[in-house]
Design a protein around this ligand. Structure first.
Ligand SMILES: [Zn+2]
Length: 128
């Protein structure tokens, strides 16, 4: 049994490199705030270096484990190109593990629909 909570989250979600920022349990859900691995990024348009320009919150597809509904929110980094005349102003990081997670969970939910939950989603805005 894996005891490192960080590795447990990556394993549980199947998102390589994912890191748990905070976990909140509600009556009928587990709400997780995660971020993905901090990898080197360049501008997708001109290939220049980029600077950090903030984060946004993105909800992933809800899943279930051990009878509980799991709601994962991704704290997604935003970058800005440093080249003055580049048409790209800012862009969001991409992560193949997140895309695969959403696809996998959507397929699982179509076979085993999630039970409805009543708890309001966690508000993570103070963790941006
Ligand atoms: Zn650029």
């Amino acid at each position: 049994m894996e005891s490192d909570p960080q590795k447990m989250v990556a394993l549980l979600l199947g998102i390589p490199g994912a890191r748990l920022i905070e976990l909140r349990g509600t009556d009928d859900t587990l709400d997780l705030l995660i971020e993905t691995e901090d990898r080197p990024v360049v501008c997708p348009e001109c290939g220049s270096s980029v600077e950090f320009s903030g984060r946004v919150l993105e909800d992933l597809v809800a899943s279930s484990a051990g009878g509980q509904v799991i709601r994962v929110t991704w704290r997604r980094r935003q970058w800005r190109c440093v080249t003055a005349d580049c048409p790209v102003e800012s862009f969001l990081e991409n992560d193949a593990g997140i895309v695969e997670f959403n696809e996998r969970v959507t397929a699982a939910n179509s076979r085993f629909p999630l039970r409805p939950v009543v708890s309001a989603p966690s508000d993570w805005r103070n963790r941006l």
